[in-house]
Design a protein around this ligand. Structure first.
Ligand code: SF4
Ligand code: SF4
Length: 344
């Protein structure tokens, strides 16, 4: 992979020039020490030293609500909605990039999702290696501290400069207004050192105590474990753990009819397997009516089914579900360790 370096004193000028020419989304501070992805209006707003964003950047690839098509009944006219604005997202962490790569695989499977893929084609990603981790993160043990595809550019803080890996031609073009230099031997050494230090950023208290390759079998063997019933007793079925997860992509499709019944829109909205209505079917039956069944399903989806479908665990270790869950039952770390018989 080609690489360049940019001095930190030059970096804000580059970001400012991108803001002038691109629709730039960046990681920014919000209240109470939290961070979020939002429209970047100045280079000073960008906070590459963040720990985790409240919501992953998936919202720009699969919006919480989008029109799929509009229709007019009188004229039998159906118009697909395909307004995919180009955007550049700056500050994506590796575990979230893994999440996006998983969504790319799912939505380009045999039933290609033209809306997702159309949008994805117009999204450029400038990722960054984390320099901090939230108290709930455990990506160091989930194999997601590094990523080697899906991005256009990737930044690593190496002291007074950023090391930049160039992933695509579009990434190379984004660098055109930047004052960059060739990477020296010292830069390459610093980059290697920064990379190898990534595994030490998450808290040692957030360790997965088993080999992650064994996780699918551990879950399969514990389908009827008491953990599901025990934890689900205090579950609010609020769906927050679905909402914040970078690998949750389930949606519902609804008809939004005009009051005069002459036409309407077909809309797609985020859905979540922890919500009571998620598995209710047309005949009125609900095949995951019990909270414990929904609770177990979410874990099996992450740790078993997606591994079978795309070859990767659908938990990238961001820790957002654990942090968002008020009764503190959603944490994958404690669940994996308990099912492995390796909890403290
Ligand atoms: S299951 Fe939880 S920790 Fe794993 S990727 Fe989803 S939100 Fe992050
Ligand atoms: S596990 Fe927690 S976050 Fe998820 S639905 Fe239940 S209460 Fe809400």
């Amino acid at each position: 992979m080609k690489s360049r370096v940019i001095l930190k004193v030059e970096f804000p000028h580059w970001i400012a020039s991108l803001i002038k020419t691109e629709n730039v989304i960046g990681i920014k501070a919000k209240e109470a020490g939290k961070f979020h992805f939002g429209k970047l209006r100045s280079s000073g707003e960008l906070r590459l030293d963040y720990d985790v964003a409240v919501l992953p950047p998936k919202k720009y690839l699969q919006p919480p609500k989008e029109d799929l098509l509009s229709y007019n009944i009188a004229s039998f006219k159906v118009t697909p909605s395909a307004d995919f604005q180009p955007i550049t997202i700056i500050g994506v962490h590796p575990y979230d990039m893994h999440g996006i790569n998983q969504m790319d695989a799912v939505f380009s499977d045999e039933n290609k999702d033209t809306n997702y893929l159309g949008r994805r084609k117009n999204v450029k990603i400038i990722g960054v290696d984390p320099v901090k981790a939230s108290a709930w993160s455990f990506w160091h043990d989930m194999g997601t501290a590094y990523v080697d595809k899906g991005f256009d550019l990737w930044l690593t803080d190496i002291g007074d400069r950023y090391f930049i890996e160039i992933g695509t031609k579009s990434g190379e073009n984004l660098l055109k207004p930047a004052k960059t230099e060739s990477a020296s031997k010292i830069d390459i050494e610093r980059h290697k050192k920064a990379r190898s230090g990534l595994k030490n950023i998450c808290s040692p208290s957030r360790r997965i105590k088993t080999d992650i390759k064994k996780i699918p079998d551990i879950f399969r063997a514990n389908h009827d474990h008491g953990l599901w019933e025990k934890r689900a007793k205090t579950c609010y079925s609020c769906g927050s753990c679905n909402l914040v997860c970078p690998t949750c992509y389930c949606f519902d499709v609804r008809e939004d009819m005009e009051l005069n019944l002459t036409g309407g829109r077909r809309v797609r909205v985020w859905d979540g397997c922890m919500l009571e209505e998620f598995a209710r079917v047309g005949s009125g039956e609900n095949f995951r009516k019990e909270r414990s069944a929904r609770f177990r399903h979410r874990f099996f989806r992450k740790m078993v089914y997606m591994k079978e479908k795309i070859g990767a665990l659908a938990c990238v270790g961001c820790g957002r579900c654990a942090s968002a869950c008020l009764p503190d039952i959603a944490d994958p770390v404690t669940a994996i360790n308990e099912l492995s018989g390796l909890e403290d």
